[in-house]
Structures are given as structure tokens and as C-alpha cells.
Design a binder for this molecule. Structure first.
Ligand code: IVH
Length: 699
């Protein structure tokens, strides 16, 4: 081994460690991945030839440890404390803490506000990292606070954790903080698990904790973990800054990730402002928190205050309402949607989660129920974050209610009290047959307009803004009118009179006459709106427009779709641009149902009308004729609807999702997965100016 090799290895270690810091901590890579890999391979080769060069701070040592039988215990020289939690999650929580601090410091009203460091309470697990002479030598869990477990091999795999400190070579420096998993990393991990057909994880916190306590470091390395530093343990040979905030700045300068969402706050008012500001952005954070933490900023004051039973008097956790809670499934039943889709729903013992009381959670479909293995009687974890609908993310298997069952005359065994959920074979609303279509996760009621569940939804869809646009005909009113027997089909809407309407509960005469006026106006519509309003399965707005444009007249469409020769009918419908066999079949099925045709006739008889034209004259022209475009993200000046209208006026079609048939993607700000997909498929991408140029309107 030459001096040159020793020097080269040291240079490579430094360079790679700097690149890793820029990449993982600053999120601002200095070199392309390929360059990192090249240097990494060079260092690996050097070390393979000269094993003595393989130092503890070498980036090649992050992965590769052998599986352990058990973790070695680690005694914490400075115990790892916990924090007292304020039970009041309102502003009172901050005030109580500040009052207590002022009392313990014997401050009077004449004294200035206490200065605090306010930061986030990360929802992961605490880790103590020991650096000797600036090199990471050990990582330990908190354990009982006195003794933890040596999880160094797993912690080394976390790219955000420095293997060598920048600019500090003190004999001992223990840095403490939280290992956690970002939500996007968690989702991606679950997607990978699902692809492999393996069990998905329940939440980022448990997944992070499981990864850290994984005996095989190769498995830990596949779980994407992150880290935030927030404190110190044993220190020898390094001058600790005089304030907590100064200490965090120093840790960031050494190369640790320190969360940017932190402030130095004055008094209770400053703490309350921080608590509220973070509450407002909690759901937008890329990771879970369960509250914020306040710490007296000055170290000399912290020392004066000391500890009670493993908790410092100078720090407190101020929580937010929980986003995950346990509750029990009282029953699983099903809901019938507008298109007849039958969705299983868990009826829950009421639970306060994410700031609201939750009593129901959708279970999506039978596949999801089987995946969760959820049954009546189970204890489940319910999650509600932000405005997202409440979800069951997992079950607590050991709390499943069990009963004794006789095997024979002498023996018994314990079995689950409740059987696995089965989909009903008859619609719970109308009793019609329930069918599952091939290749589809959803089960459906085949009852169509006979089914009152579908009827209410069908009426709402019919009256919707993008359909017949009857303002004021909302869900409460539709419920009331269907229940009172005033409405059965959309045609009944046009038979309503002021007397019947005003007789409804909570219906003032003024709103009744407004509604009648809106109904009157809706009689003059367009063929595309009318077709869309019918609520034919798989026929959205774009398809309705295509159909209207192609056939020009409703009777033309009905004739083509209902001709006795099924193959000819499907072919006639597929002649419409972008209509495939499934959509064609739904249109035919709908129009073959006598009840549906009767409703159409009644609507026409009630005076609903639209301009009709010859199919041939309607063949649109324009620069986008025959082209399908998809819009994604926010465009600088055009709204979604404006852009759609421009595309359609130019003879093109605006579709909702990217496929091989897409001719252009129009992408604005914050374009997401559609952009990725388009790039993958090699579809040309336009910005707003590009779109305008294409249709001959320069911006
Ligand atoms: S300081 C001086 N700061 O909360 C007290 N802890 O009960 C030592 N935690 O196990 C902890 N975010 O895992 C501190 N910003 C933060 C924290 C934090 C989360 C966790 C930590 C600890 C528990 C305290």
C-alpha cells in the first residue's frame, strides 16, 4: 500500500462524504449520480486491494454489515430523557408551560418574556449518535433511557447521517435526534411492497422503528429513513453554545440535518403563534409530527431548572389532535353509488381523529378488505390527515374477538367470532342482482334507475353544473323530494310546480320560485350536455361531446346504438373518435333499457330541447381535428375550462388521462404524474404558449 493510495483513499472519502451531505441533507446535489458512483467504485476497489484503508468513516461501510443475532446493550452516560406533554392542545398548553417556567425561575410580571426555542415534535424514534474524534462510532436507541440497543449497522445506512463531522474532532460528541420516514418515501416503499406481493406497512413511524430494529442491515438499507438532530448527550472537548438555537445551528454546520421549521420565540405569545403556524402547515409537511416542542433557549437557565423524574423542567411537548386513533368496527356494510358501484363501508365506534368525530370509513373494495384482513369486531387504526377522507390503515390482530368452538364432543378450539366479510349477492337498496365485471375491482348493482340509491345520485348528476345545470337542486333537496315521492326520474323535475315545492320542509317560497326558474332555463340545452346528463356509465363529458358531434341528432345515436345486430351497433359507436368497445357497450346497454328510453321521451315531451344538426355538417374542422390533448398542472393565464374550450373549438378533444392515444400534453405549474407518464410515453409536451401557438392564437 503506497502513500499515494492512502492519500487517494482519504481524498475520496472526503469528497464522497461532501457529495452525500449535499445530496441527502441539503437536497442540492453537487455532481450527477454517475460521478458519485464512479468515485465510490474507485474507493471500493482501493479498499478491496488494501483492507487497512477501510476506515469507519468510509462511505463504503454504510451497507454491508452481517445480520446480528441480537443487539448489544449500550449504556447512556447521559440518560436519554423524555419530555412532559401538555394535555391542553389549545393555546392554554403554551400558557401553562410559560407560567410554570416563570415561577420556577422566580420571575415577576416586571421581568421580560422568557426566550424559547420552538421546534417540531417529530414522530419517529430517538437515536443517540456517538462521534469520537469526529467519526461515527456508535448509534443507540433510547431503550429505557438508561440503556439502549446498539443499532450502528442500521443507522449507518441512513445517507443523511454524517459518518464524519465537518470541522469537529472533539474526543466525544454525542448527538441526539429522531430517525423518521418521510411520507413520500413511505408511500413509495409500500408501492414497492405491493408490486412484490408483500405486506404493506401501516404508518411511517412504525416502519421507521421496525427498520432501525432490524437485525439484518441489508433489509434496513432498503427502508428509506431520514434524520433530524435536536440535542446532545455526552460531550468532551467541544464548547457547547450558550443557547439551544445556537447549538442547533452548530449541528447543522457539522453536517447534520436540522429541521428548518424552528424559531426563537419570546414568551407564551411567541409559542402560541408558532403552535398555530405549524398547525396550519402540518398536513403540507413531508413527514408526520404529533406536536411541537418548546425548550427554554438559554442553557444556563436550563441548568438552573433541572429535571423531575426523567423529564427536564425546561422543555415541554405541545400536541395537536391525533391523526391516527384506535377504534372498533361495529359492522361492515355496503353503499350503492350513482353508477351502482357497491362500496363496502366500515361502521366504527365513534372516534375523534384528525379534528373530527369519525363513524364511517370506506373500505374501497373487496380486494382492500382482504388485504387489510379486517372483520366486524376488529380493533383498527383509523387515520384522517387534513381533508383526506378517513381511512383504515391497519388492524390490531391480537385484539380480534375470539370464541370457543366445539371440534367434537370433547375438544374445543378458539376461532374468530366473526367470519370474513362477503359481498352481498343482492343490492341492499333495491334487491337487484349484484355483478362483478371482469377485470374490475368493483361490484355493481344492475338495477339502474329502478334502484333508489342510484336514482338520487342520477338526479344529482343530471342537475349538475356540467350537465343540465339546474342551480339549487342539491343533495338535501333531492333526498327530500325522492323520499317524499315527488321525484322518481329526471323527467319528474320538469313536472314540479310551486305548490308541491313550497310544501317541502325548509323550502321558502322565494327559493321555490328560483328553483323553478332554473329548471325552466335548463330546458334549452345542448345535445352534448343532455347525453352527459343521462349518466351513462363510462360516458363522461368528453365522450358526450364526441357523440353529439358525430351523430348531430339524438335519434341518430339511439338508432345506431340499438340496432338489432349487436356487432353493427358496436361498430357504429366505435366509429366515433376515441370510443372503444367498453364505452360502446355501456351506451348500447343503457339505450336498450326500456326504462331509460322512456325517461328520454318524457324529457323531450316536457320540452327539453337542443339544436340538432346533420351529422355531416357537424364534422368539426380546425387545427386540432382528431387530436387528443391532456391538460395538467396550473397554466399561467388560462383556467382549465378555458383551455378545454379552446382545444374543443379548434376541433380537438381534451381528455382526462394520459395514454398512448394522447397527442399532446399541456403542462403548467406543479404538473405531477401525468407529466411523468407523458415523458415516459414520449408524448410531446406543450406549455400554454405552445398550445396557443398550435391553435394559431399567439399569446
Ligand atoms: S428533546 C430534553 N426534541 O419525543 C428532552 N425530543 O418524549 C429530550 N422528540 O423520545 C428530547 N421531536 O424521540 C426532543 N424536537 C424534539 C423532538 C423530540 C420528537 C421525541 C423524542 C423523545 C420524545 C420525548
Amino acid at each position: 500500500m503506497s502513500d499515494a493510495d492512502i492519500q487517494r483513499a482519504a481524498d475520496l472519502r472526503d469528497q464522497l462524504n461532501r457529495y452525500a451531505h449535499a445530496y441527502y441533507v441539503l437536497d442540492a446535489p453537487l455532481v450527477p449520480d454517475g460521478e458519485y458512483d464512479r468515485l465510490f467504485n474507485e474507493l471500493s476497489a482501493l479498499e478491496a486491494a488494501n483492507p487497512a484503508l477501510r476506515t469507519a468513516d468510509s462511505p463504503t461501510q454504510r451497507v454491508g454489515g452481517k445480520p446480528l443475532d441480537a443487539f448489544a446493550p449500550v449504556r447512556h452516560v447521559i440518560p436519554m430523557l423524555s419530555i412532559r406533554t401538555e394535555t391542553d392542545s389549545g393555546p392554554g398548553g403554551a400558557e401553562t408551560f410559560d407560567t410554570r417556567v416563570r415561577k420556577e425561575l422566580a420571575l415577576t410580571e416586571a421581568d421580560a418574556p422568557v426566550e424559547y426555542a420552538a421546534e417540531l415534535k417529530f414522530d419517529g424514534l430517538a437515536i443517540s449518535l456517538r462521534f469520537e474524534a469526529g467519526v461515527l462510532v456508535r448509534a443507540a436507541t433510547r431503550g429505557d433511557g438508561e440503556t439502549g440497543e446498539d443499532v450502528t449497522q442500521n443507522i449507518r445506512t441512513i445517507g443523511q447521517i454524517p459518518l464524519r463531522l465537518a470541522g469537529v474532532t472533539a474526543p466525544v460528541l454525542e448527538v441526539r435526534g429522531e430517525v423518521y420516514m418521510r411520507r413520500d418515501d413511505f408511500d413509495a416503499l409500500n408501492a414497492r411492497q405491493q408490486e412484490k406481493g408483500e405486506k404493506t406497512f401501516i404508518n411511517p413511524r412504525n416502519t421507521a422503528a421496525g427498520a432501525v430494529r432490524q437485525l439484518d442491515p441489508k433489509i434496513a438499507a432498503q427502508r428509506p429513513l431520514s434524520f433530524f438532530a435536536y440535542g446532545l448527550g455526552e460531550v468532551d472537548g467541544w464548547t457547547v453554545p450558550a443557547t439551544h438555537s445556537g447549538m442547533l445551528d452548530a449541528l447543522a454546520a457539522m453536517g447534520f440535518p436540522v429541521c428548518a421549521d424552528r424559531v426563537v420565540a419570546q414568551g407564551a405569545a411567541g409559542l402560541i403563534a408558532f403552535h398555530q403556524a405549524i398547525a396550519a402547515k402540518r398536513d403540507a409537511l413531508p413527514f408526520d409530527i404529533d406536536g411541537v416542542v418548546y425548550k427554554v433557549n438559554a442553557r444556563d437557565l436550563q441548568e438552573r431548572m433541572g429535571f423531575v423524574s426523567r423529564e427536564p423542567r425546561w422543555a415541554v411537548a405541545h400536541k395537536y389532535p391525533p391523526q391516527e386513533m384506535l377504534t372498533t368496527v361495529e359492522d361492515i356494510d355496503v353503499q350503492v353509488g350513482r353508477t351502482g358501484a357497491i362500496t363496502p363501508v366500515a361502521r366504527l365506534a365513534p372516534v375523534f381523529v384528525g379534528g373530527v368525530t369519525v363513524t364511517n370509513a370506506t373500505l374501497h373494495n373487496l380486494d382492500r378488505i382482504r388485504e387489510l384482513d379486517v372483520r366486524q369486531g376488529d380493533t383498527v387504526i383509523v387515520r384522517r390527515a387534513g381533508d383526506v377522507i378517513p381511512e383504515i390503515v391497519g388492524i390490531v390482530a391480537e385484539r380480534r374477538p375470539m370464541v370457543e368452538e366445539a371440534v367434537d364432543l370433547v375438544e374445543t378450539r378458539t376461532v374468530p367470532q366473526y367470519k370474513p366479510f362477503e359481498m352481498p349477492t343482492a343490492c341492499p337498496v333495491c334487491g337487484s342482482h349484484v355483478a362483478r365485471e371482469e377485470g374490475e375491482a368493483a361490484y355493481r348493482c344492475t338495477g339502474g334507475l329502478v334502484c333508489s340509491a342510484q336514482r338520487k345520485q342520477a338526479l344529482l348528476h343530471f342537475a349538475g353544473r356540467r350537465a343540465m345545470d339546474i342551480e339549487g337542486l342539491g343533495d338535501k333537496l333531492v333526498d327530500q323530494m325522492v323520499d317524499a315521492g315527488l321525484l322518481r326520474t329526471p323527467a319528474d323535475i320538469y313536472k314540479l310546480g310551486i305548490v308541491k315545492l313550497a310544501a317541502l320542509e325548509r323550502m321558502a317560497e322565494k327559493s321555490a320560485s328560483n328553483l323553478l326558474a332554473a329548471i325552466e332555463t335548463s330546458r334549452n340545452t345542448t345535445l352534448a350536455r343532455f347525453i352527459y346528463a343521462l349518466g351513462i356509465r363510462n360516458v363522461g363529458e368528453a365522450t358526450a361531446k364526441d357523440l353529439a358531434r358525430h351523430f348531430g341528432k339524438l335519434d341518430g345515436l339511439i338508432e345506431a346504438a340499438t340496432q338489432p345486430d349487436e356487432a353493427a351497433a358496436i361498430a357504429a359507436l366505435q366509429a366515433v373518435p376515441d370510443i372503444g368497445p367498453i364505452v360502446a357497450q355501456s351506451i348500447r346497454d343503457f339505450l336498450l333499457e326500456p326504462l331509460n328510453v322512456e325517461v328520454i321521451e318524457q324529457l323531450r315531451a316536457a320540452g327539453v330541447s337542443w339544436p340538432e344538426s346533420e351529422p355531416s355538417e357537424l364534422l368539426a374542422t380546425g387545427p386540432l381535428l382528431g387530436k387528443t390533448l391532456v391538460i395538467t398542472g396550473t397554466l399561467p393565464t388560462l383556467s382549465r375550462d378555458d383551455a378545454k374550450a379552446l382545444i374543443e373549438a379548434a376541433g380537438g378533444k381534451a381528455a382526462g388521462s394520459v395514454s398512448k392515444k394522447t397527442d399532446y400534453l399541456v403542462a403548467g405549474e406543479a404538473a405531477g404524474s401525468k407529466l411523468d407518464k407523458a415523458q415516459e410515453l414520449g408524448i410531446p409536451i406543450l406549455d400554454e404558449a405552445g398550445l396557443l401557438a398550435l391553435i394559431g392564437q399567439t399569446s
